[in-house]
Design a protein around this ligand. Structure first.
Ligand SMILES: Cc1cc2nc3c(=O)[nH]c(=O)nc-3n(C[C@H](O)[C@H](O)[C@H](O)COP(=O)(O)OP(=O)(O)OC[C@H]3O[C@@H](n4cnc5c(N)ncnc54)[C@H](O)[C@@H]3O)c2cc1C
Length: 501
């Protein structure tokens, strides 16, 4: 068996969660490997909805424009009646753009395209997925994890500081760790299939027999492709026919239309819906992210988004601890992300129940994930007045500022990158907090680096706003907060006498 020198992180699984973590670690210059047991990229559309908060994450990771260009918007929902007449509804509640929310509409892009864009980004950063490589065993030891990999007939032993199980709902990592995955089966099975199809236009998401769970058929044109995605509940027992003829027969039976023809099936699957949440997200040096930690029905389009944001929460913490920050920072990953997944389980299960009762697929603003909140986290510290505009744990909104030369500057441009950002109200450009690696300290005021002409940040005189690398407010401080800023940073930055990993 071959043995490799020690890496910092092994990512098991190259779905959306594993790829997000890989991009984040790559841009931070960490040594890692991302392995995927499939021989080639996954080819299905399943998680096709990208929520506004995930779009902000994608901006930070440098892929948002490619994702938008490769996908499109959700079309109107077209609900057909028995007599073939129909009504059209928009999928979500319309909302106007505003400077604080640059991405306010969910996007549609098939999951295989999203992952393709992510792999391209990863290649730009000098890394590639190791396909056809399976994690077949691991043991935690002092200072690291020893993992056994299998690639074809060859076995390999790797030593890493941390292992991340991004290996989906049937997670091997979770089972080796013996972490319980309690929850409930929801008594519903469905098929999803990506097909070449004629007889329906691409201007709408066609929905037949809404509310009749035995006969519903939803046929959605997949943005950025020539394909349609079929979703339909099927009986719990038996093998649904997922070949083109079988799917066409089902569509004809459910719609009464013989003009809808299926010419090809590029991917199809039948799955049973359940809602489950892992008891723990961390055991020593091993973590779970994405579907490995939580699964729930696809109603609400939350799974891929929650998975991406798990990885985005873990990435900067792993990097910080690997460069000497206190290990306790890594405990805040489960502390922050597990309650979010519990809420997502509740939301998607409620939406599924509504879908069963009334039919329809409308999604409200609560699915956009912009109000995800870490206020209760031990990392959130409110040191400024209670009536301050921004509170620790909340997402930092975008703002339209100007640079010192009067040029337009979005706040998100300042936040983009792997660093923390300290916004300081000041009379000039000189920061009140000493520079340190990984912290961008920016003054805001009349003669400072950034100007806030519409008072969107609303920084009080002498106030500080500390924004985490993942775009959430970490802490707020008032004019006397200079020492507190340094105390706070000591929890997230390398210790003075580092106990290195
Ligand atoms: C019909 C349907 C519709 C959906 N719609 C949406 C939607 O609109 N929006 C949304 O956000 N989500 C949606 N989802 C959910 C979304 O697809 C998942 O949440 C998402 O794929 C989770 O990503 P992941 O990276 O955690 O896991 P996965 O995508 O499952 O990736 C895990 C990877 O790990 C690999 N792996 C497993 N074991 C090993 C091992 N031992 N060694 C190496 N590799 C391994 C697997 O091969 C796999 O490629 C939908 C799901 C379905 C089924």
């Amino acid at each position: 068996m071959e043995e490799q020198g020690k890496l910092q992180v092994l990512i098991c699984g190259a779905g959306a969660a594993g790829l997000t973590l890989a991009i984040d670690l790559a841009r931070r210059g960490l040594s890692f490997r991302i392995i995927e047991k499939l021989d080639r990229p996954f080819g299905g559309s399943r998680g096709k909805g990208i929520q506004p908060r995930t779009q902000e994450v994608f901006e930070d990771l440098g892929i948002i424009d490619r994702i938008v260009a490769a996908g499109g918007l959700y079309p109107a929902l077209r609900e057909y009646s028995e007599d073939d007449s129909y009504i059209e509804k928009s999928m979500g509640e319309p909302r106007d753009p505003s400077p604080d929310v640059p991405y306010f509409i969910p996007l549609m892009i098939p999951q295989f395209r999203t992952e393709e864009v992510m792999r391209e980004r990863l290649a730009e950063l000098g890394h590639r997925v190791d396909f056809g490589c399976e994690l077949i065993g691991f043991e935690q030891e002092v200072g690291g994890v020893r993992a056994r990999l299998k690639k074809g007939a060859r076995e390999e032993l790797v030593h890493v500081s941390y292992l991340v199980g991004a290996d989906g709902g049937r997670s091997f990592v979770r089972s080796v760790l013996g972490i319980d995955f309690p929850g409930q089966a929801l008594g519903m099975r469905a098929i999803v299939a990506d097909v070449g199809l004629s007889g329906l236009d691409r201007a709408a998401w066609h929905q037949f027999n809404n509310g009749d769970m035995a006969r519903v058929a939803m046929i959605c044109p997949l943005a950025g492709t020539d394909l349609f995605q079929i979703q339909a509940p099927v009986p719990m027992e038996g093998d649904p026919d997922l070949a083109a003829e079988g799917l066409e027969r089902m569509i004809t039976e459910r719609t009464g239309r013989s003009d809808i023809k299926i010419s090809s099936v590029s991917w199809a699957s039948a799955y049973v819906m359940s809602a489950r949440l892992a008891d723990r997200y961390r055991v020593n040096r091993t973590f779970l992210v994405g579907d490995a930690a939580h699964i729930h029905p696809p109603t609400g389009g939350q799974g891929l988004n929650t998975s991406v944001q798990d990885a985005y929460n873990l990435g900067w913490k792993l990097a910080a601890v690997l460069s000497g920050a206190p290990d306790a920072l890594l405990d805040t990953y489960e502390e922050e992300r597990r309650p979010i997944a519990a809420d997502v389980l509740g939301l998607s299960t409620r939406l599924l129940a509504g879908h069963r009762r009334q039919g329809g697929m409308r999604r409200g603003g609560d699915t956009h994930q912009l109000d995800i909140d870490y206020s209760g986290s031990s990392l959130s510290y409110n040191g400024s007045a209670r009536d301050a505009r921004f509170h620790a744990g909340k997402r930092m909104p975008d703002a339209t500022l100007t640079g010192a030369a009067g040029q337009p500057r979005r706040l998100f441009d300042v936040l983009t990158g792997p660093h923390w950002t300290l916004l300081m109200s000041a009379q000039d450009y000189r920061p009140a907090v000493a520079a340190r690696e990984g912290l961008r300290a920016v003054t805001v005021g009349h003669r400072a680096e950034l100007r806030d002409p519409s008072n969107e940040l609303g920084l009080t005189e002498g106030g500080f706003l500390l924004i985490r690398p993942d775009g959430y407010v970490g802490a707020t401080f008032d004019a006397t907060g200079c020492h507190s800023v340094n105390d706070y940073l000591a929890r997230c930055f390398p210790l003075p006498t580092p106990e290195r990993q």
